[in-house]
Ligand binder design. Sequence first.
Ligand code: FAD
Ligand code: UDP
Length: 375
Amino acid sequence: MYDWLVVGAGFAGSVLAERLANGRGERVLLIDRRTHIGGNAYDHYDEAGILIHRYGPHIFHTNSKQIFDHLSQFTNWRKYEHRVLANIEGQLLPVPINLDTVNRLYGLSLTSEELATFFAQRAEHVDEIRTSEDVVISQVGRDLYEKFFKGYTRKQWGVDPSELDKSVTSRVPTRTCRDDRYFTDVYQYMPSAGYTRMFERMLSSSNIDISLGVDYKDVREKVGNARTIFTGPIDEFFDFRFGKLPYRSLRFDHQNFADEWLQPVAVINYPMSEDYTRVTEYKHLTGQRHPSTSVTYEYPSADGDPYYPIPRPENAALYKRYEALANAEKDVWFAGRLATYRYYNMDQVVGQALATFRRINEALPKSVAFQAVAE
Ligand code: FAD
Ligand code: UDP
């Protein structure tokens, strides 16, 4: 008999399974309908022997010492600072937009102060910044918006930036300096033996049983009184009672090339051309040495596995209705990107899972088994 059923072996489910097993000494059955652990962060060696990410590039970054320390129990780290270039009319330019981006794009030699003036002269006044278009045009003006953001965002999300919440393009800053790192977080690392190895260590407790290739709907009736952590799509949990919550999907085209390297950095974005949004070359991320190279092309799509909640006001309103149902469930806790319909990075999901664990501890007295161990 189990104390808990945890649905989904991604960051949300695995962090919680570990805490319940080792923090409360309770028995956990962890299921996932996929045939592997790790959720979207799953990595594996491809046929050529190169470590790749099945669901697109995952780069760990956080400002939280607590979250970094928590994961450090299960992995060593490789220092890695992410850099991205955008292919703009054949030129490879740094993203986020910075001093070098503008100088190279327009053939200028501005200083940082001059660039601030350049932006101010082109920025459009927006009364209230609501959308993803507002964010960019109010900072850098229309030409840079159209080159770097408009096409990419329409491809990625299937809607115009003017119809997406400001939070989407706000993820990418604008800089007047030459810093070309994609993230500025204090902790920027990759797990040195990969994500899947980190998950294996996290889930190694004898209190955790893992069943893969198992869907929640097939065990829902059978689990008896076990409490549940649900990390799948929240609308699916409630049988789409209020209609489907939109999630954006991706198709990943994984390729291996005989050349040692294909691109100068890990990720190249294609805001103005191609059907794919970006190409990732994994050896830059992992530090692996290999005579050939493996890359992934990302093609956004409306159909397929849910990867991204789509931040729009009407979707947030629909989510709120499902959230009210979730709050009324006595023995089910909802966590993770799909179950809380939040465009969260890995570190935020870890933080949310640890907060959920604290709430569980407040709501539930520790089990008899744990008390016995503690004594
Ligand atoms: P998931 O990883 O989606 O795990 C949920 C699991 O639940 C899945 O394995 C699913 O199969 C399972 N499941 C769902 N429903 C059921 C069911 N009914 N029965 C059984 N199992 C079920 N974050 C970063 O910090 N840095 C990055 O660079 C980054 N890059 C990303 C790139 C892409 C292309 C994507 C899509 C995401 C990226 N993220 C990144 C975000 C990151 O993937 C998520 O924050 C994190 O993986 C979410 O973890 P989760 O456990 O909430 O969800
Ligand atoms: N974006 C863009 N052009 C770029 C990079 C990002 O338009 O070159 C926009 C796009 O809407 C994207 C969002 O900014 O979905 C967030 O980018 P991020 O790299 O954080 O996306 P993720 O890695 O989560 O897919």
